[in-house]
Structures are given as structure tokens and as C-alpha cells.
Design a protein around this ligand. Sequence first.
Ligand SMILES: [Fe+2]
Length: 386
Amino acid sequence: MIKKIATDQLQVGMYINHLVVGWLNNPFTSTKFLLKSKNDISKIRDAGIKWVEIDTTKGSGVSLDKTVQSKAEASVKQQTKSAKEELESAKVAFEDARQFISGVMNSAKMGQCVELEQVEPVIRKLSESVLRNENALLGLTHIRNMDYYTFEHSVSFSVLMMSFAKGMGKSDEFICAVGVGGLLHDIGKTITPDHILNKPGKLTPEEFVIMKEHVVHSRIILEKTEGLSQISMDVAAMHHEKYDGNGYPLGLDKDQISLAGQMSAIVDVYDALTADRCYHKGKKPSEAIQFLLKGSGSHFNPQLVQQFIQSVGIYPAGSIVLLNNDYLATVIEIKDNMLKPIVEIFFNTKTKQHVQTELIDLSTSTDLKVKNVDSYANWNIKPSIA
Ligand SMILES: [Fe+2]
């Protein structure tokens, strides 16, 4: 049930359904989230917010007794981990998912259909990791092997979709459904001839017509998967549709594209732009975000673009930044302020030498800040994640 309450009634364990505040002034990265600590409550009050909406189906209600409250706090504590703590589980989940989608695509090439029972354990591992702390998996989406582009794009797509849905406060069921759709969305590419799929450079108009057919093939293959949800199917069938009706394969108008379909258009472009390909370097996340903003209202739903930016942040987990002390650092986690993430320094650009890694929370540092977005390639360093 949705309830409007005064912010002085807030308690840990409540689920904020709506925070009435512009995203630049929002002390959080979302307007829907679970109150995990007293600190979260203080931030809302400190931002001058007097009223909020809570969802009692996702969190506790008012007048929580002490026992229930401590249980809620304990369960939140159990569910959440720091990005560093989550990294090992995230690596296993990512690798399992990559191997799974590679096997499924090979089977699909031979005409076998996808069994939902096979997908579920893979998505469970990924979604549990996203729910504990999405930053670990999001960081891994930046460490890619160009030889496995289609498989890794599928896993990254799935992770980004789940993280996006989590940031929007969607149910676990919705989060898993968009994750399944994300993992399987490009399965139709198994029908696309390799010379077109892996062509380095621009496709001819004729080749592009063939390339575009992968969406139709994805739908045809997935229609044979018993029990697949409509949400998962929409992700696969609508990820190239555009908000203004100029997308493919059907040229659907915005009213005809479901929420999952509109979200998938954003995620597909963001991930494709940021990934390295054999013929071009991936764009920096901030450049990809600029591209999304340019396409707001034409290619993409503008409100969803804003929500996506909130979910990945200006400096997404895994991206490389140059600090004002000339050290390179990896973004590890965005906590409260998307402009001041927790970073791990690893390289001194003045001496051009690796340094002992060290975690720094920029939100608590008075001197250190991000100077600009950088890349491994600029300094001839091999990507790695500790
Ligand atoms: Fe696609």
C-alpha cells in the first residue's frame, strides 16, 4: 500500500516509493529505494524534504515495533554488501552467464530452443548479486574481451537492465524478467551470417537489412520458450524500436512500446557504445550518456534516460577517472553522491607508475575530486580488476 507520511515518521526498513525532488538535488541516486540506515533518513531530512510516499508492500509501515525494526535492519544488512565484498560472487555470476549464453546461442544455431529452467539459475545468481550491490557486476561490464562481444554484450545488457529496474524501485519479479530478456535479446543473431555480424566497419544498406532481421529471429526463437514472460519477450522484440516510431522491426509508436521495451532501447545503445570492438574503441561512459541525452525524445523516452543516468551515474562503476592529484582511479561504487564516488587509485600519471591500490571515498574527501574521465588506453595500461 502506498502511504504519504511526514519525514519525521521515517524509520529504517521503510521503502521510499516517491521522493519529490529534482535529481540534481536528490541526495540519493534514485527516488525509489529502501531506507537502509539512520543516515539515509538524516539525508532526506537534511535535503529539506517534508513528505514522502512509502510502499508498505516493499518495506515496513509506520509504528514499527523495535523487534520488527531490528529484524528489518538485520535483513537489509544481510542483503547488502560493499562492491568489493560482492566482487568474487559477481565474477562467478558474470562468467557463468557468459558461458551459458555462449552455449545457448550455439544450440540455437542448431535449431534447439531455450528452456526457461536453464536460464533461471543463471539469472538468479546475477539478480542476487545486483540486489546485494549492483556496482560489482556493473564494474565487470567494463572489462571485456573483444572476441566474445555478442556474449558479453548479452550479459552486460542483462546486468544493466536489472540495475536500471532496481534503481526504478521495480519488483524482484520485474528485475528478473528484464534480466532474462536482456540475456536472450540477441539470440536471433545466431541466424545472421558471420561476415555481416563481424564485419569491421559500416554495413552496406543491403547488409543492414539482413542485420536488422536478428530482432525478428530473436522473437521467433523465444516464442518457442515455454513460460517466457511478456516482459522478457518485449526486451528481445523491442530493443531496436524508437520512441518516435522510427525504429525497427515494426516502427512501433511510443504508446505501443512497453516500459521494458523502452528501457531496453537505452541499455542496448549505452552498452554497444561503451564496449571496445575490433574496429573501434568504446566511448567513455560520459560520452555515451551525452549520446543518450541527444537522443532523448527521438530515440529514447526522456524520463527513462534521466532514470538510467541515475542508475549508472555520471562516473559508472568500473570507469576510469583522473583525480585532481594526477592519480588514475577505478570507480568502485556510487553511494550517495553520483559526482563523488568511492574510487580505487592505481596509477600515478606523473611518474607513469603503478601505485599501491587504495580505496578513497571522494564524498568524504575535502581535497580530492574527479578532474575528468580517462581510460586505460590513454596511458597504455592493461585493464584489470583487483
Ligand atoms: Fe540487437
